[in-house]
Design a protein around this ligand. Structure first.
Ligand SMILES: O=C(O)[C@H](O)[C@@H](O)[C@H](O)[C@H](O)COP(=O)(O)O
Length: 284
């Protein structure tokens, strides 16, 4: 059973540095262990947050040829459309590193939403068969090495929105929606069982836009039956780690901040980690 861990950095710049080191360390670990590193990206601010990977020392250290890149969600638009998460990632990140194009798994943009979801799921199944993608021995869902995710002000992650029927999807690996409350409405998305099978999930939230959702997600346990989507992540056997800054956590109580400072101190003197005890526990 693993608890969510929280790292609160002083600035957005420090978050970007911490995230680059975390990603680069995991890249080394998985490439050493299994010869590949499967990385899932989201849209939104995340692509800006991974910019430090494009700079030394990381840009030279990372074995880009072994990366396999996926999207946790994608808008069903052409890859050249300004709404495309692929375009956002390609322009801001992927075009600047030597990842083999055949390792970049963009949505098939010539298909309708339902066919695109089927097609993406089928491609994931083929990658499981060929051994590129791990699989959860408990649930049979694909197990990605690292998901780099963002969260919206309503607590959504991927295209899993509050009160949406896709929150309950537990069979499909990739599902589609035609009524996303965040435009554009037509999207495909990984489902919760796929997110929950991950080995590592980094939830990157900076600035003031999501303070209320961060306050709910990281504050005292929420007894409400209306959990935010981000509160519904329960990794089976993985690490869920928040990369946040002071602004994003500014609505958390002073007790939380004291506790976090205390844990930072313990960590510095080698006596503890950032692991949160009153955060949601993941299922064992
Ligand atoms: O298609 C999308 O809209 C994104 O993939 C979405 O899941 C995003 O990651 C969050 O909405 C956070 O977005 P921001 O970082 O812009 O707040």
């Amino acid at each position: 059973m693993a608890a969510a861990a929280v790292q609160v950095f002083a600035t957005e710049e420090a978050v970007a540095n911490g995230l680059a080191k975390y990603t680069s360390d995991l890249s080394k670990k998985f490439i050493h262990r299994r010869g590949a590193f499967t990385v899932v990206l989201s849209g939104g601010y995340l692509i800006k947050s991974i910019r430090k990977l494009l700079e030394p020392p990381y840009v030279d250290e990372v074995d880009w040829a072994k990366w396999h890149v996926f999207w946790v969600d994608e808008r069903v638009v052409h890859k050249t459309h300004p709404d495309s998460n692929y375009k956002l990632a390609y322009d801001g990140f992927l075009s600047k590193v030597p990842i083999p194009p055949k390792h970049i798994y963009a949505i098939n943009d010539s298909l309708s939403a339902d066919d695109a979801a089927d097609d993406y799921e089928l491609r994931l199944k083929q990658l499981v068969k060929s051994g590129v993608l791990d699989v959860s021995t408990t649930t049979g869902f694909p197990r990605f090495d690292l998901m780099l995710l963002g969260m919206g002000p309503d607590g959504h992650l991927a295209s899993l929105f509050p009160k949406h029927h896709l929150l309950r999807e537990n069979q499909r690996w990739v599902a589609f929606t035609k009524d996303s409350p965040k435009p554009p409405p037509v999207r495909i998305t990984f489902t919760f069982p796929v997110i929950n099978a991950s080995a590592h999930v980094a939830m990157v939230v900076v600035g003031t836009g999501e303070v209320d959702a961060v306050g709910r997600a990281l504050g005292r346990p929420d007894s409400s039956s209306d959990l935010l989507p981000v509160q519904m992540v329960t990794l089976e056997d993985g690490e869920f780690i928040w990369f946040t800054d002071k602004e994003a956590t500014s609505k958390l109580g002073s007790l939380y901040r004291c506790r976090n400072r205390f844990q930072t101190l313990l960590k510095r003197i080698g006596m503890g980690s950032f692991t949160g005890s009153w955060f949601r526990k993941s299922k064992g």
